[in-house]
Structures are given as C-alpha cells and as structure tokens.
Design a protein around this ligand. Structure first.
Ligand code: SF4
Length: 163
C-alpha cells in the first residue's frame, strides 16, 4: 500500500482513520460532513485550485520554472495547519525523490495569508518517521483502537468507533 498525501494529512488527525482509509473501508456515506477525502476537499478552497495529479500525489497548483518550482496547497482555513503543512512536505519530498527541487506554499485565501514551506533536513527526517509510522499502522491486521479526539463528532467512521 502506498503512502499518500491524504494519509499523511489524516495521520495528524487520527491513526485509526489512517488504517480505515488505507484499507478502503467505506465510511458512512450518509454522514453529513464527510467521507474519505471529502473532509480534505471541504477544507480546501476549490476556486483557487488547478489540480495536478502525478502517481500517488495530487497537488493543488504548480507554478514556476526550472529555476524555482512552487507547489501550492490551497486551504479554506488554517484549522488543520499541521496536517496541511505535512501533506505539502510529503509532496515536496516526493518531487525531491524524482530529482525535482521545489518549495511549497500553503495558501489560505479567505484569511489572506500564505506560508512558504521548505523541506529542511530536519523536516525531512520528521516526514520519514511519519511515513514509516503510517506504513506500520496500515500493515497491522486490525485498526488501532479508537482514541477520542475533537474530530470524532465530524468523522464518517464515528459509528464504527463509538456506537
Ligand atoms: S471517530 Fe474518532 S477515533 Fe474513530 S476514526 Fe474518526 S476520528 Fe478516529
């Protein structure tokens, strides 16, 4: 199973959800807020997006040239900033592995704010640990036990965890 930006994003929300999504267990489709991917979609700002897909990644926007490539993630709000930053770093890391150096830009148009993100050595090491951890989680035969968090109430897997 490939680690994706979506799994990196969810890693900072809930490890059980990472397992459930990676194993393609279908979330409650009638849930009012989300299912797989919809949560991220809803926190993204579609008007600003020009999605580019490449293998296991899907980035919101690529700009620049061979001197400086800029990969952007566009979000509706900074509420999930850590998840968004690590997701973007995962994209930078994926590009780096293909020999493409790039910097990232987290954009919050509604907040009129953007943040430049660089894949430093320290952040790359952190990301590698996260990727390893995700691989360990999804290799487990059963999902991690649910741990209550502030996102449970909006989670499409709520019933599989708490009912
Ligand atoms: S309901 Fe809570 S514990 Fe269960 S998958 Fe969702 S966020 Fe994780």
């Amino acid at each position: 199973m490939q680690v994706t930006g979506t799994l990196v994003w969810y890693y900072f929300i809930c490890h059980r959800e990472v397992w459930l999504m990676a194993h393609q267990l279908i979330a409650d489709q009638d849930h009012e807020d989300l299912d797989m991917g919809r949560f991220i979609q809803e926190t993204s700002y579609s008007r600003e997006k020009k999605e580019v897909a490449m293998e296991n990644i899907r980035v919101d926007m690529i700009q620049g040239d061979d001197k400086e490539l800029v990969i952007s993630e566009v979000k509706k709000s900074s509420r999930f900033e850590q998840s968004s930053r690590m997701q973007l770093l995962f994209y930078l890391y994926t590009f780096k592995q293909k020999g493409v150096k790039a910097k990232g830009e987290l954009r919050f148009p509604k907040e009129k704010r953007k943040e430049t993100v660089y894949l430093t050595e320290e952040l790359e090491e952190k990301l590698k640990r996260v990727i390893n951890d995700i691989q360990t989680i999804i290799k487990q035969p059963v999902p991690p036990s649910p741990v209550p968090c502030k996102y449970c109430g909006k989670c499409a897997y709520y019933e599989s965890c708490w009912v």
